[in-house]
Design a binder for this molecule. Structure first.
Ligand SMILES: [Zn+2]
Length: 305
């Protein structure tokens, strides 16, 4: 008998779907053996709301399972692995004063609440994030200078690293238009006791994947790899060392272009199947090989067997 390795979404936003939508989305995912997902956090209060409204999704805590596969042994359950985060795009919206500068007092209040919440719910925190840096044009809008927004995102990143180290959990990193800065901060975090991390929707050049490997990190690849003009991402997928590679959807955002040429308006975990298929084609491997590698790497990300 061959056992099918469950396909797990390394990065989605389960709390972006209403419970009613989610029931449909999960049914579709389970039909295709997509059995769980790491649900990235956007803000500390969203994490609390998420846990409160969906207690039944999160009954399994990471500390109670010895093996990653144990989590998916039960049939017909989709396992959510929630994360608590301070998303850099949210930081850009929330920690800006009227002059377009970093508002330290607002940031301090949020960080205090973030740390308090992370500690109180530590048995539900699978990872800390997303955190990171984003200075794309749409995010910088309304800020006086790029340096000010980076100051704000640095503040959020340091708090996230501190919480990850304290809880002994990994970090989920978002980086857009700020790769060199992100690298610098990850390198420092590793020196400050950070263990595992993933850079989701990997934005760097293929050559930096070796650097990620040396730091025992991971790189997430999602719908963008199916876009023909995303040359850099496709090059990275092709050349990624196997032990850093993760598959993700980032649903409901960044939906893939399907093999039939259509592109769904809203992304969801079931499209991981398509992402795995197209990543495998780029690498000249089989989908099931990549799905297995994704599973092994995620269990290593969570420091499980
Ligand atoms: Zn995300």
């Amino acid at each position: 008998m061959t056992v099918k390795i469950p396909l797990i979404d390394s990065h989605c936003h389960a709390d972006a779907f209403s419970p009613k939508e989610w029931a449909v989305v999960v049914a579709r995912a389970l039909e295709c053996n997509v059995r769980g997902g790491l649900s990235a956090g956007v803000w500390w209060d969203a994490f609390v709301r998420f846990l409160d409204s969906h207690k039944d999704w999160t009954t399994e805590v990471v500390f109670s399972c010895a093996e990653f596969s144990q989590l998916f042994s039960e049939d017909n359950r989709f396992r959510i692995m929630p994360c608590i985060g301070l998303h850099p795009m949210e930081i850009a919206l929330r920690w800006r004063d009227t002059q377009g500068c970093f508002d330290l007092s607002r940031a301090e209040a949020d960080v205090a609440a973030f740390l308090r919440t992370g500690r109180a719910y530590r048995n539900y925190v699978w990872a800390v994030g997303e955190t990171g840096f984003d200075v794309a044009k749409d995010v910088v809008l309304g800020w006086s200078r790029k340096e000010e927004i980076l100051k704000a995102q640095d503040f959020g990143f340091q708090a996230s690293v501190a919480l990850a180290v304290e809880l002994g959990q990994p970090l989920v990193v978002h980086s857009r238009a700020a790769w060199a800065h992100t690298q610098k901060r990850i390198q420092e975090a590793k020196g400050n006791g950070l263990d595992k991390f993933m850079v989701h929707c990997y934005p760097g050049p293929a050559s930096d994947l070796k650097w990620i490997e040396q730091l025992e990190g991971f790189a997430g690849f999602g719908g963008v790899l199916t876009w023909p003009d995303a040359k850099r991402m496709r090059e990275s997928v092709k050349n990624s060392p196997l032990n850093v590679l993760l598959l993700e959807t980032d649903s409901p955002d960044l939906s893939p272009i399907l093999t039939d040429g259509t592109r769904p308006t809203r992304n969801e975990p079931v499209y991981l199947l398509e992402i795995a298929r197209q990543a495998a084609a780029l690498r000249q491997e089989t989908s099931s090989e990549l799905e297995g590698i994704n599973f092994c790497n995620l269990s290593r990300f969570f420091s499980l067997k």
